[in-house]
Design a protein. Structure first.
Ligand code: NAD
Length: 271
């Protein structure tokens, strides 16, 4: 439940101020995608020191194709099943009503877009897209195609050559000759410059930044709240646990994003 002090702030300020959101894995938890670091998360089963790095994934293909295949299947099975939850939907309504100006997300699950939200800045890419490693040409990876790929990966997971053949089909060569890969930012990789520039631009003149379901341990995304605060924005955290930056937040709302955001909608008279 939203505490009284935060309720008053939302009621008195949201309709007249410029609100931007920074979202993380927590907003998608109720859509069936457990946060990677948490209980039941992917990093419990797969070592992020291997599975979150490009070099790790490439070496798995050579030395442990079954491990890579299982990871691809687990990762995409979660993503293709997930649908926007009331938290994503509430943000889309807040955007439509002119309250939320944009959402900067660290998520790669496409759920903000699926909720109807239009102004989404993807800091870490999108798992439903592939990108040419040379010229950055992108292709949307449709849900049905991913489903088809995971089925084939399951069947061919014990043979490196067969797995490679399946992956080559779904991550084809570009017309420039280079290969496409999943369009997400892996550990140690740079964030897309355009997305980062757009995020800073949004924060340059935002007066309220909502931090929703993010632990704020992943940089440079975690530096964005500090950037906004230095420019005078109020920070409001919606999280079921404290984050790394809870201490500097002006308002802390403890709870699930899928409950708090619809409550905020009602408070503002849009539900
Ligand atoms: P994180 O796993 O580090 O932290 C998740 C945060 O969400 C935690 O602070 C947790 O307390 C909070 N949380 C959990 N359930 C919640 C709920 N129901 N309501 C509100 N808060 C809740 O996630 P992060 O900060 O986004 O950083 C992790 C990185 O992993 C990101 O870069 C992201 O790209 C990636 N990731 C993406 C997804 C996705 O796309 N859905 C899922 C997992 C991880």
């Amino acid at each position: 439940m939203i505490p009284k002090e935060s309720k008053d702030f939302i009621k008195n300020n949201f309709k007249k101020e410029s609100v931007v959101c920074l979202t993380g894995a927590g907003i998608s938890a109720e859509s069936g995608i457990p946060v990677f670091r948490g209980k039941g998360g992917l990093w419990e089963k797969y070592d992020p020191q291997i599975y979150a790095y490009p070099e790790g994934l490439i070496s798995l293909l050579r030395t442990q194709p079954q491990g890579l295949a299982n990871f691809i299947v687990d990762f995409y099975t979660l993503l293709i099943k997930a649908r926007p939850n009331p938290g994503h939907l509430a943000l889309a309504v807040l955007e439509k009503e002119g309250i939320v100006r944009s959402v900067i997300t660290q998520n790669v699950d496409n759920l903000h877009q699926a909720s109807g939200l239009r102004s989404v800045i993807e800091l870490h890419g999108n798992a439903f897209r592939i990108k040419c490693m040379e010229c950055s040409h992108t292709i949307v990876l449709e849900r049905d195609r991913i489903k088809e790929m995971t089925e084939l990966v399951k069947i061919n997971k014990d043979s490196r050559i067969k797995l490679l053949k399946v992956l080559s089909r779904y991550f084809p060569r570009c017309s420039c000759g280079a290969r496409h890969r999943i369009d997400i930012v892996l550990f140690g990789e740079m964030l897309p410059e355009e997305a980062l520039t757009s995020a800073y631009k949004q924060l340059d003149n935002c007066s309220i930044l909502l931090l929703i379901g993010t632990s704020l341990v992943v940089y440079p995304a975690a530096s964005l709240p500090l950037y906004a605060k230095e420019r005078g924005a109020k920070l409001i955290e919606i999280n079921n646990e404290p984050s790394m930056l809870s201490e500097i937040c002006d308002y802390k709302i403890t709870g699930k994003a899928s409950e708090i955001l619809p409550e905020a909608l009602t408070l503002l008279g849009y539900a």
